[in-house]
Ligand binder design. Sequence first.
Ligand code: C5P
Length: 221
Amino acid sequence: FRPKLLAGRRMLITAGPTFEPIDPVRGITNRSSGKMGFALARAASQAGADVRLIAGPVALATPWGVEREDVETARQMHDAVMQAVADYDVFVSVAAVADWRVAQPSDHKIKKTATQAVPSLSFIENPDILATVARLPNPPFCVGFAAESDNLETNGEQKRIKKNVPLLIGNLGPATFGRDDNEVVLFDASGVTHLPRSSKDALASVLIEQIARRLPDASLI
Ligand code: C5P
């Protein structure tokens, strides 16, 4: 009898985009289907972890056994994560969080009229959820994701250090959006590991294994 890889672990995962309103019918968002985060949640649950998934607006079914909370904006995602995080020993930040939100969203639909000039928007910065969690006095094991369009090898390690996380997973190229497959590179203190392109479901199981073996007290592996 061999206990499951993540038995007894509690994993908090963010997935999908965030949506930042401009007015009641418009908004800005990031390109993210949520497939990678949902696949990781499923794989972690199958590996025996107790999983809570905080999801932005996506059109995906909740993986079996996973506890899901839906949010819309980056601030809502931040608040949901901060409220839960003390109970979790692993935080996997897969969400494509909008870096900025509209400074003053309108309460009413902005009307398009022949006489008025086109509206201009000003933005303010959203909280960096991953960096905030990684700065906690007693943080969970934090895993970040990065979608870089170029120079991933240098930018990935710099981002890992900037975010202060032990493991950063870099997507190779923007071609991953909405697709069912992905190719990633792992950055940790010991260097860079390339994983072969595969389906997001298969990759999720490999990533869960990679995360599990880096956890403190990973004595079973
Ligand atoms: O800085 P950048 O957005 O490239 O970093 C990506 C990583 O940071 C991802 O893990 C993402 O989930 C996380 N992030 C976050 N909050 C933000 C921006 C990014 O948690 N406001």
